[in-house]
Design a protein around this ligand. Structure first.
Ligand code: CDP
Length: 245
């Protein structure tokens, strides 16, 4: 079956994602936590009229389910089985937000909790679980123009993406942003706590064996330590425009 073939290798089978089968582009944006990927990718997608695919929400949703169902987070087999038996769908809303459904339950408000933050990187190290996610991500993207963002969208999920961007910012700036984000959501965490969680996620995401966070071949780096959201989107827009002309 086609799906079976697709799960064989994370980086294989990229031919079927040829941009020739779509009208617009495939744009892959990767980068570390709190580098501003979600907000900027969403705005860029809106400006282009493209689909926005936040791959992180899928890993978060699975992590939430694993915690809820008391699946052993240290057992890769159990996590892979969980991924295989879970249905995740993403529904874009008119206000640019995305609702995340897990087995038809809206889990959007649960997946950014401190507990999910704490375990999501660990869960995301599991190769077989990632294979299931990548198949679903490519399925969502089939024949569509889109802006995808995450850790491996340019390296693994869409290795033939038309535009690849690696978005980064200094550790201090990212920690500040994450602290502020938490505050706005009513979570008053100590700076040290936010920094420790970010450092931990950075370490696991960039050192894992399968699909580590790294700059994809051909990716253009944007360091937005000193740029705000709109300035960052503008930089992205310039890169995309060049590709279109
Ligand atoms: O929003 P934030 O940058 O904090 O993270 P996210 O994009 O929601 O991703 C949460 C976690 O999911 C990351 O720290 C990774 O461990 C994992 N992830 C991944 O492994 N691969 C992706 N393509 C996206 C997320």
């Amino acid at each position: 079956m086609e799906q079976g073939n697709k799960t064989k290798s994370l980086s294989g089978n990229s031919k079927q994602f040829s941009p020739l089968s779509r009208k617009g582009l495939v744009i892959a944006i990767d980068g570390p936590a709190a580098s501003g990927k979600s907000t900027t990718a969403r705005l860029l997608a809106k400006r282009l009229g493209y689909l926005y695919l936040d791959t992180g929400t899928m890993y978060r949703a699975l992590t939430w389910k694993a915690l809820r169902d008391k699946v052993d987070i240290k057992n890769p087999k159990a996590l892979s089985e969980l991924a295989r038996s879970t249905r995740i769908s993403l529904k874009p809303k008119s206000d640019l937000s995305i609702r995340v459904y897990l087995d038809d339950k809206d889990v959007t408000s649960f997946i950014r909790s401190p507990k999910v933050n704490k375990y999501v990187s660990l869960v995301s190290t599991v190769k077989e679980l990632r294979e299931v996610m990548v198949v679903q991500q490519r399925e969502i993207a089939r024949c569509r123009s889109l802006v995808a963002e995450g850790r491996d969208t340019g390296t693994v999920v869409f290795p033939r993406a038309d535009v690849k961007i690696f978005l980064q910012a200094s550790f201090e700036e990212r920690a500040k942003r994450r602290w502020k984000e938490n505050k706005e959501r009513g979570l008053s965490l100590a700076t040290e706590e936010v920094e420790a969680e970010l450092a931990n996620r950075d370490r696991i995401d960039s050192q894992r064996k399968t699909s580590p966070l790294k700059r994809a071949k051909g990716a253009i780096v944007i360091d937005n330590t000193h740029l705000d959201i709109l300035q960052t989107v503008e930089r992205m827009w310039e890169i995309v425009e060049k590709k279109m002309t």
